[in-house]
Design a protein around this ligand. Structure first.
Ligand SMILES: C[S@@+](CC[C@H](N)C(=O)[O-])C[C@H]1O[C@@H](n2cnc3c(N)ncnc32)[C@H](O)[C@@H]1O
Length: 241
């Protein structure tokens, strides 16, 4: 692994085109996550004005969606937007998008009690030490803060467990297998109240068939393809005090 401070695009992604493709594909997931968060915090005792941190924020797409969604909600506003992103070029793109925002290379760089609300979409599988990551999450959250961590690349997703092998061979992309029950247990051990949601509670009726050009992301059955979106879980970490 290269130094995260100087993290290069090729460590996590394919090329700039692959990067843009990911943003296109993830837009739907960001929207679903922003909706789930908006609904989940509607009744919360979180302050009206929130400081929000996205871990693995890439160029800031989820933060933008959340900003719009919470403003439309008309109850919570985002006061401060921040992100963690190891790839320096992408971090700069995110910074250009948000005038006042701060973007940090690692979670360890984020100051203590920095955010009321932490979000993340598909970055936990790139973290080697789950227990340390949970400790850091607790450190950066304000008292009574909440984190919504979305993850489809986990130890119960058989398609991803297959795909991660060629991804190393083809592109040198390293990932780590965290099982959903381990994530829940790690959160509980650190003193969080834990909840588990599906990002898509309703089964998807259809999916576009688009076979991967380089063969790493194939589905082996129609059932696996249709169930894929259902494997996306949202782990909610809540601090009681
Ligand atoms: C699969 S991408 C998802 C990006 C974005 N959240 C989205 O939904 O499009 C994973 C992101 O996490 C970043 N990343 C890699 N290792 C990380 C780590 N240890 N902590 C936080 N982010 C990390 C990558 O650079 C990349 O931007």
């Amino acid at each position: 692994m290269c130094n995260v401070e100087d993290g290069a695009m090729s460590e996590f992604f394919f090329d700039e085109q692959g990067d843009r493709r990911m943003e296109q594909q993830n837009r739907e997931h960001w929207k679903a996550l922003a909706e789930l968060i908006a609904q989940a915090i509607r009744q919360d005792r979180l302050p009206h004005t929130l400081d929000v941190l996205d871990i693995g924020c890439h160029a800031g797409g989820l933060l933008l969606q959340l900003f719009e969604r919470l403003r439309a909600n008309n109850k919570h506003e985002i006061a401060r937007v921040a992100g963690v992103e190891p790839i320096a070029d992408v971090r700069r793109r995110a910074a250009e998008c948000f005038g006042e925002a701060q973007f940090f290379p690692t979670l360890q760089d984020v100051p203590d009690q920095y955010a009321h609300l932490v979000v993340s979409h598909e970055s936990l599988y790139l973290v080697p030490d789950l227990a340390e990551w949970v400790r850091q999450l607790k450190r950066v959250l304000r008292p009574k803060g909440r984190a919504f961590i979305a993850l489809g690349c986990h130890g119960e997703n058989t398609a991803w467990l297959r795909w991660r092998v060629p991804l190393v061979k083809l592109y040198g992309h390293h990932s780590y297998v965290h099982h959903p029950m381990e994530i829940l247990q790690a959160g509980a051990d650190a003193g969080f109240a834990m909840e588990l949601h599906r990002l898509y509670p309703q089964p998807k009726q259809s999916m576009r068939y688009s076979p991967p050009e380089d063969g790493w992301g194939e589905f082996i059955s129609a059932q696996e393809m249709l169930e894929h979106a259902r494997q996306k879980y949202v782990f909610v970490f809540s601090l009681r005090e």
